[in-house]
Design a protein. Structure first.
Length: 333
């Protein structure tokens, strides 16, 4: 019988890729949680941050064991050099909670994919542990947001209770007049992207104030403007049908003299977390939307975002902030 927990069974390329990405993500989260833990005033929110901080440390320790067991170099990731312990509070407590929620949602999207991609038992156990933690902490965050009255509820609409089928291709029409009302799948996807754009925009605003490098500042400001276009374009579709989308007034930032985060840390979060989430949400929306005008708009947004985040990748390379992932032995020599 094969023991899939046996370190003699070499890791697959998929497993190495997943734990490498997981380590970078966890080390990034740990740096943000350090700052949040030292600056959060609200006791309830601080408990959530502390749980996430402790779990990030646990994940890093578990991944180090795997890397060492399999004789792989441990990534540098993000260290104490990427955070200032003496920095002032940047985000309001409510924004910190939204930030924590954002990291949790990203984990809920990426970890199940990683779990299904892995073979060896210790790797599967790691991602299963991570998923179970994130399910629990996301429930806590949702309940806390509801209790504080800051949870952004999706739109509520009156539903036709009759069962019906699409009768002809006019159902897809969105360009030439007489377009049908948006359906619930389209409302859900558009409102989700709009709310996501609102949060991301505020992160770009905050990071543009904190960044020290001129090009990084410029990149974050451009991201802010791009997300404003996304929000306006998709909101117009819902406004035409009088469907309101919740917005938050709790995305508050404080003016500080010194940034608590390195430019490298902020760039990684923006390009990896905000960028990855952006493409995942747009892809999901495009596969479930049936109105041609919505698909056209989403496709345009996707192309614009791809161009924007490609510029960020070039900037990361220019600044030498990207760690090269593990590569196989060159057998062409």
């Amino acid at each position: 019988m094969i023991n899939n927990n046996d370190p003699a069974i070499e890791l697959t390329a998929n497993e190495i890729s997943n734990i490498w990405a997981g380590y970078l993500k966890s080390s990034m989260e740990l740096r943000f949680f350090e700052h949040f833990l030292s600056t959060t005033k609200d006791k309830d929110i601080k408990k959530v941050v502390e749980k996430m901080f402790n779990f990030s440390q646990k994940k890093i320790n578990e991944l180090k064991k795997i890397f060492n067991k399999d004789h792989l170099a441990v990534p540098l990731g993000f260290t104490e050099k990427d955070i200032r312990d003496d920095a002032e509070k940047v985000f309001s407590d409510q924004l910190i909670l939204f930030f924590c929620n954002d990291l949790t949602m990203l984990s809920m999207i990426t970890y199940p994919s990683a779990l299904s991609d892995c073979t060896r038992k210790d790797i599967r156990d790691y991602f299963q542990m991570s998923i179970e933690h994130n399910i629990k902490i996301q429930n806590e965050i949702t309940e806390l947001m509801l209790s504080k009255g800051i949870y952004l509820k999706p739109p509520q609409v009156s539903i036709n209770s009759e069962l019906d089928f699409v009768e002809n291709v006019s159902y897809l029409n969105g360009f030439f007049g007489g377009s049908r009302p948006v359906n619930t799948a389209e409302i859900a996807n558009l409102s989700r992207i709009i709310q996501r754009a609102q949060f991301s925009k505020m992160i770009f605003v905050g990071f543009s104030q904190l960044a020290t490098e001129k090009e990084v500042k410029k990149y974050f400001r451009k991201g802010r403007d791009e997300l404003e276009k996304v929000s306006d374009a998709l909101r117009e579709i819902l406004d035409d049908e009088n469907i309101p989308v919740s917005s938050s007034s709790d995305y508050k930032l404080y003016d500080v003299k010194m940034s608590p985060f390195s430019d490298k840390l902020m760039m990684f979060y923006v390009n990896t977390c905000l960028g990855m989430f952006c493409f995942i949400m747009i892809s999901q929306a495009m596969t479930s939307c049936l109105r041609t005008d919505i698909i056209f708009e989403l496709n345009k947004i996707s192309k614009d975002m791809q161009k924007y985040y490609s510029q960020g990748l070039l900037l990361l390379i220019k600044e030498k902030w990207i760690e090269q992932p593990p590569q196989p032995v060159n057998r062409k020599i």
